[in-house]
Design a protein around this ligand. Structure first.
Ligand code: GLN
Length: 241
């Protein structure tokens, strides 16, 4: 008999839609009992340094990135999160506010907001404009998730990736209101664009809404609010195991 390998998948539970992520991961694990029989996967809510120390993988949910950053600072979790995102043996996924919190630079940041610097990108908060609070769209993710043609995506006051920062490129020419992470870590893996929205809103544009850098994933939308757990299954298969 082989002994199941223990894996801990944490969901940052400072604020936002963390329960939804936990439920989606648990449903994937239940549906794949046989496939994952060599692993014993525990999904936990992360609020403290002790919780974080248990994790092989961390998911940062949607919510409000400035609140997450304030709470992480106030509870002294911030330096431990810096260490976690700088550790290439860990896998990480940020959705919406989680993507913003994971980035190296934030455009349209709120006063005193910070970010973790785990993805070498600049994101723009609330990039779809005030009038477009939220929208849903079926997208074809089969280019990176096999067979995933019609995935229902939910965008809520969503960010867009506005720049890929090669070699951790700095703030020199950035306009005002751009905040840069105090974490100087540079991931050696290249940033790969996984998905761009084409000609959104009838305008000629290509908006980057999903990226990957090594074992770190970021999405502008919320697969945890989509009634479809295929994205969570892919994260476990591709990043966690
Ligand atoms: N606009 C929010 C922020 O800045 C993100 C919204 C979301 O996670 N749905 O954090």
């Amino acid at each position: 008999m082989t002994i199941a390998k223990p894996i801990t998948l944490g969901v940052l539970a400072l604020q936002g839609a963390f329960r939804e992520h936990i439920n989606y991961f648990n449903s994937v694990i239940q549906q794949n009992e046989e496939k994952y029989s060599n692993y014993s996967i525990a999904v936990i809510a992360v609020r403290t340094k002790e919780d974080l120390e248990k994790c092989d993988s961390l998911v940062i949910p949607g919510g409000e990135s400035s609140s997450m950053s304030y709470i992480a600072e106030r509870t002294n979790l911030l330096p431990h999160l810096y260490d976690f995102v700088s550790n290439e043996s860990k896998s990480i996924w940020g959705t919406c506010a989680g993507l913003i919190f994971l980035a190296k630079e934030i455009e349209n940041a709120v006063d005193n907001q910070t970010c973790l610097g785990g993805l070498d990108i600049q994101v723009s908060r609330n990039a779809f404009g005030r009038q477009v609070d939220s929208f849903e769209q079926k997208l074809d993710f089969s280019g990176f998730i096999p067979g995933c043609h019609n995935f229902p995506t939910v965008f809520i006051r969503a960010p867009v990736v506005t720049k890929i920062l090669t070699n951790g490129e700095g703030l020199a020419s950035a306009p005002n209101k751009v905040v840069r992470s105090k974490n100087s870590y540079v991931n050696k893996a290249p940033v790969e664009v996984l998905y761009q929205l084409q000609n959104y809103d009838g305008k000629e544009n290509q908006l980057i809404v999903a990226v990957r850098q090594g074992r770190t994933l970021g999405t502008s939308f919320h697969p945890e609010l989509s009634d479809d757990n295929r994205f969570h299954q892919w994260f476990i298969d591709e990043f966690v195991l």
